[in-house]
Design a protein around this ligand. Structure first.
Ligand code: GLU
Length: 423
């Protein structure tokens, strides 16, 4: 039965609900509880009129979706993208609920988005858009209410504007209202590397199970933004061989291995990894996924591993850096082939986990060193990986690993809702 909510017809939302229903079925949750879980607690839509440099006004639409707060204040990023829809934002907020529950951090799930191509705005226009968006959602966010952070095409500078705008409105420095701020205004240097580091950590742990070590294993990384580049950097540091990387302009391959420091330099100087000098061949993003490698890290966009290419994927371990890179159909095909797909809500939780460390600092006014923060992240991600892996092997091995992750996460949220008397 449809409720008439506008996000219900969105395909990404339908996929999120399908995943929820699968977990609910395994857990034996009644339909009415699923009905409670599938809807966000609140979605706010806002209008953001921006005075452009040419004197004209452009109107952008933004959303903040607050999916579930049983385990704590809503937490999740804000994305700027020309194709963002309300349905996508709602789905992503639901995924944050599961991700945070699974990570064992005291947060519910939220997500925001603005339908805009930020690359087409000047820095001044971007600042005006960011401040006005945050002012428009100021009534529903707060250190103990809803704590945004970056996501696709947003960054620490934008977080600094959000923090400043909110602090002006409230007339006190609200350090804990957003995370992944620049270090000078309450952020942590290591936040930037945390998502990629976490993606590498869980791949390392899976590699230890399969082969005893990650050393000498070959890796392909799709996407060379903040997630992909640091996943590559750490896997290389631990002795793996990065043989292929890509970004939106295409990919490169060298069977002898690519030098990650050089890749950083080329990407930063020229805008794309395709300009890396020492390559055996140029490849497309699609070809990268099907390479004969041990570990694959999809760290770019959603829905890249589908029923169309899943059969041709040769990697034994997939660590999902992006949110939603594998469709449920592809997940089943890969599971049958024996591939370990470490699901996004587990693999890319390093970012939000470091956000929690930053937020705790902001609330307490004292700081861990960078080494301490990274080692805490390592311990937490390693523990979480093995917890999910063991539950999966013990009870749910007929399903992909994602099912075990969902079951653990959904069960935690449902038990908190029961304890609080919501259901
Ligand atoms: N946007 C990131 C995610 O999808 C980080 C969220 C956060 O730090 O709150 O997990």
């Amino acid at each position: 039965m449809t409720s008439g909510a506008p996000y219900e017809t969105d395909p990404t939302y339908q996929m999120a609900v399908k995943q929820l229903k699968e977990a609910a079925q395994i857990l034996g949750l009644p339909d009415d509880v699923v009905e409670v879980l599938r809807h966000p607690e609140r979605v706010l839509q806002v209008k953001i009129p921006v005075k452009l440099d040419n004197g004209k006004i452009a109107v952008f639409i933004g959303w903040r979706s607050q999916h579930n707060s049983a385990l704590g204040p809503y937490k999740g990023g804000i994305r700027y993208h020309p194709n963002v829809t309300m349905g996508e934002v709602v789905s992503l907020s639901m995924w944050m609920t599961w991700k945070n529950a699974l990570a064992g951090i005291p947060y519910g799930g939220g997500k925001g988005g603005v339908k805009v191509d930020p690359k087409k705005l000047s820095q001044r226009e971007l600042e005006e858009l960011s401040r006005k968006y945050f002012a428009a959602i100021a009534d529903i966010v707060g250190e103990d209410i809803d704590i945004p952070a970056p996501d696709v095409y947003t960054n620490p500078q934008i977080m600094a504007w959000y923090f400043d705008e909110y602090s002006k409105i409230k007339r006190y420095p609200a350090w804990g209202v957003v995370t992944a701020k620049p270090p000078l205004v309450g952020g942590l240097h290591v936040r930037e590397i945390s998502t990629g580091y976490g993606v590498a950590l869980v791949a390392r742990e899976a590699a230890k199970i399969l082969w005893g070590t990650v050393e000498g294993k070959t890796v392909a990384v799709q996407g060379f933004g903040n997630v992909g580049r640091y996943a590559a950097k750490y896997l290389a540091e631990w002795g793996a061989k990065i043989v292929a990387v890509s970004d939106s302009k295409g990919g490169i391959y060298n069977s002898k291995g690519l030098d990650v420091a050089k890749l950083f330099e080329v990407k930063d100087k020229t805008g794309s990894v395709v300009n890396y000098p020492d390559v055996e061949k140029k490849i497309s993003n699609e070809e990268l996924l099907e390479l004969d490698v041990d570990i694959l890290v999809p760290a770019a966009i959603e829905n890249v591993i589908t029923e169309k290419n899943a059969d041709r994927i040769k990697a034994k371990i997939i660590s999902e850096g992006a949110n939603g890179p594998t469709t449920p159909e592809a997940d089943k095909i890969l599971h049958k082939k024996g591939t370990i797909v470490i699901p996004d809500i587990l693999a890319n939780a390093g970012g939000v986990t470091m956000s929690w460390i930053e937020w705790s600092h902001n609330r307490m006014g004292c700081w861990l060193t960078e080494e301490e923060a990274l080692s805490r992240l390592d311990k937490k991600m390693t523990h979480n990986f093995h917890e999910v892996y063991n539950e999966w092997q013990k009870k749910y091995s007929d399903y992909p690993m994602r099912a075990a992750a969902y079951v653990i996460a959904v069960d935690r949220v449902v038990r908190a809702m029961k304890l609080r008397g919501w259901i």
